[in-house]
Design a protein. Structure first.
Length: 49
């Protein structure tokens, strides 16, 4: 049984890995990094403001 805190950390880690994979994919496809607007950090900042 995993406690809630650990579960959230694991979920965040999975999301981070998914994001990195997506960023790598865009580098291969478009020859540059994914636009900043797509990054989770940017989403969070926009949600806060």
């Amino acid at each position: 049984m995993i406690d809630q805190c650990t579960k959230e950390m694991i979920d965040q880690h999975k999301q981070k890995i998914m994001w990195l994979d997506r960023e790598q994919l865009s580098v291969r496809q478009f020859g540059h990094r994914a636009p900043k607007e797509l990054s989770p950090k940017f989403e969070n900042e926009r949600a806060v403001s």
